[in-house]
Design a protein around this ligand. Structure first.
Ligand SMILES: Cc1cc2nc3c(=O)[nH]c(=O)nc-3n(C[C@H](O)[C@H](O)[C@H](O)COP(=O)(O)OP(=O)(O)OC[C@H]3O[C@@H](n4cnc5c(N)ncnc54)[C@H](O)[C@@H]3O)c2cc1C
Length: 327
């Protein structure tokens, strides 16, 4: 079975969620003894091509040309759909990101196929039947489904698979596809882009400093921003915070927000409701700061600090500054 993986880029790098998707796609290609190829939009830097080869991608189609600089799900999916037809791909995989889901949904609508979202495992049931396990209800439930091939369209849960290089690295062959998407008609065009505060995407951040209702107000996020900047991370928040309008929904962690997979999650003034924990269960290390020692977030944490975050954070920031400046 030929597997085509849609890969997202962030500058010169392949985003972490896409490396997870490639890892998953490779496992399917191995199950069905078929090739794994990938497609991305934009020119890929040499080290990223080497990374994709190390992850088992034998060929990368890179779309270059006019009109590609701006995200356009309809046009990007049209290009992906053309590769499906050209390659006779039986399975298309993308990361379970906003873009991955949207691009796959367009391909699904064009080809009248359903998209199976947030998969965490796949297997060959028969030569033409693909078995998948996927997350439901924010990852609190796993569902097994079976799909007849071709064509399977599926996304990979951003927190459900660990990115792993292949046992044998491949030489990834890059095929440049020149397109002029600007000249093609599209129902949806991006009118404006605004830089996201914090810069680093929540889903990819290695450090997330989380703030909940305990922060106490829109104007009190300064110490969290400062700490995130010191640690090379970004700020994430609970729904209580976005509902209060203190921060945008793009920063929400949880079942109805972003699922994060950082090395460190510092949860400040967050109680740890089930829906919030659904978004941070894949954090490698959790430090919780809360006045309530029995808050669920404190029980989930590797290190629980019983303190008022407004007095504790300035001390922590000072300690990190001293450490990083070598004082
Ligand atoms: C369908 C559905 C989907 C949802 N999806 C999400 C989601 O995606 N993400 C999400 O986060 N929530 C989600 N929720 C909401 C969730 O149930 C909780 O209401 C929310 O997570 C609570 O946010 P919080 O922890 O910031 O607030 P609270 O529960 O009010 O907790 C505030 C915490 O701050 C502590 N605190 C107060 N002052 C201080 C201080 N000075 N220093 C230290 N600690 C302090 C308190 O002890 C408390 O533990 C969803 C709910 C529903 C019904």
């Amino acid at each position: 079975m030929g597997v085509l993986c849609f890969v997202e880029l962030d500058g010169d790098d392949v985003v972490e969620a896409s490396l997870r998707a490639v890892t998953f796609a490779r496992s399917l290609a191995e199950c069905f003894d078929g090739p794994l190829v990938a497609m991305c939009v934009g020119e890929v830097a040499g080290p990223s091509v080497a990374t994709l080869g190390a992850f088992g991608v034998s060929r990368l189609y890179q779309l270059t040309g006019e009109g590609l600089g701006v995200y356009s799900p309809a046009l990007w999916s049209r290009a992906l759909n053309e590769r499906v037809g050209e390659l006779g791909a039986e399975c298309v995989v993308a990361a379970g990101t906003d873009r991955g889901h949207e691009v796959l949904a367009h391909v699904g609508a064009t080809r009248a196929r359903l998209v199976v979202a947030n998969c965490v495992a796949g297997r060959a049931v028969t030569a033409t039947t693909l078995g998948l396990t996927r997350q439901r209800w924010g990852g609190t439930l796993l569902e097994d489904v079976e799909l007849e091939l071709p064509l399977a369209l599926l996304s990979v849960a951003t927190d459900g698979v660990v990115a792993n290089a292949a046992a044998n690295a491949l030489e990834c062959d890059v095929v440049d596809l020149k397109v002029n998407l600007a000249a093609q008609p599209s129902d949806v065009r991006v009118a404006e882009w605004r830089e996201r505060a914090g810069g680093i995407a929540l889903a990819d951040a290695r450090v997330v400093v989380g703030g909940g209702r305990g922060v106490g107000g829109e104007e009190k996020f300064g110490p969290l921003e400062a700490l995130a900047a010191l640690l090379g991370g970004t700020v994430g928040v609970s729904r209580a915070v976005t509902s209060a309008g203190w921060r945008p929904h793009a920063q929400q962690v949880g079942q109805t927000g972003t699922r994060i997979t950082p090395d460190l999650y510092l949860a400040c003034g967050i109680s740890g409701a089930t829906q919030h924990l659904a978004g941070c269960r894949s954090a490698k290390h959790v430090v919780a700061i809360n006045v309530d020692a029995d808050a669920p977030m404190m029980l989930r944490a590797d290190y629980a600090v019983v303190a008022d975050m407004h007095t504790f954070l300035p001390d922590l920031i000072e300690a990190v500054r001293s450490r990083t400046s070598g004082k």
